[in-house]
Design a protein around this ligand. Sequence first.
Ligand code: HEM
Ligand code: ISQ
Length: 154
Amino acid sequence: MSFTEQEEGLMKESWEMMKQNIPELSLRLLTTILEIAAAAKSMFSFLRDSDEIPQNNPKLKAHAVKVFKMTCESAVQLREKGEVVVAENTLKNLGSIHLKKGIIDPHFELVNKALLRTIKEAVGEKWSEEMGSAWGVAYDKLAVAIKAQMKQED
Ligand code: HEM
Ligand code: ISQ
């Protein structure tokens, strides 16, 4: 499946709107993940010791920012190369962490849903179905790469 210039444009447009706000959005992303599936809480080390989502945990923020950023980068690659290539070290690291945490396919769908919902809220009236599906496609390709790595390590 090819990624059009228009789809990439929609992602860049939304990224421009969100990037100043990423620390806040990263908390929203996590909140949304837990709204959809409260049970996911126990998987995240930064949530285990508290009843609430910590507002100032640098590790949490850094991770969540990467989820947004990597999905954006995935879109650029889809446009340029027609495929998503994650740097080998990054992919190995992500594969082993997610494998260790016991992440399975339905979790990937959960994060996909939460990511789209978070973006929808963030961009407000700029949201469109096309924008959502562009993010969905880019996320999915990235998820496929991480899942493949997880299988390889299994
Ligand atoms: C850790 C990204 C999918 C749960 C991480 C980290 C990154 C990341 C960058 C930090 C890695 C490090 O410590 O070096 C992504 C991306 C995903 C994805 C880009 C999809 C495309 C998921 C899914 C789940 C999940 C589906 C499950 C709901 C976790 C957990 C950790 C983690 C539990 C460890 C956090 C901790 O306790 O330190 N992820 N992730 N991730 N991710 Fe994901
Ligand atoms: C890690 N992996 C997937 C989603 C995340 C959301 C918030 C913080 C860390 C994450």
